[in-house]
Ligand binder design. Structure first.
Ligand SMILES: [Zn+2]
Length: 143
């Protein structure tokens, strides 16, 4: 145990004494010691509280999950607005192009297919004719 002497009467006092046992003087170092002890206890309780809060991983993970969910919800709201805007833009574009609805667009596709099909059939027929002609030409060569 650390010991000291009283500045007033030189009586020996220990470090834990706040007052001199002889003259009753409030030892000047006692305030500093009290403050130091208070600081230590505050620091210790803060450290304990931090350990209690951040030592529980579940609480931390739950907090993170809640934050992520919250953020995703915000993103979904923004993203949903963007998608709705794009759909509206596509509808506006189709209207401007003369396609008032999706079924109208399908009708036009069907008409286009009907127009293309005979041309395709004719082309296939021509290809078959050419293939036949080249076959007969080859047969004449090897005769
Ligand atoms: Zn004293």
């Amino acid at each position: 145990m650390q010991s000291d002497t009283c500045p007033a009467c030189d009586h020996e006092v220990t470090a834990v004494n706040n007052f001199c046992g002889n003259c009753g003087l409030l030892l000047s170092s006692s305030d500093a010691r009290i403050a130091a002890r208070l600081n230590e206890s505050v620091e210790a309780s803060v450290a304990r509280e931090i350990e209690k809060r951040y030592g529980e991983r579940e609480v931390v993970e739950l907090t993170i999950a809640a934050n992520v969910a919250d953020r995703m919800l915000k993103w979904a709201k923004v993203y949903g607005a963007v998608v709705a805007f794009l759909i509206a833009l596509a509808a506006a574009a189709l209207t401007l192009l003369g396609y008032q609805s999706y079924s109208d667009l399908q009708k036009k596709i069907k008409i286009a297919t009907n127009e293309v099909e005979p041309i395709l059939r004719a082309a296939r027929g021509k290809a078959a004719e050419i293939a036949e002609a080249s076959d007969s030409l080859r047969n004449e060569q090897y005769r």
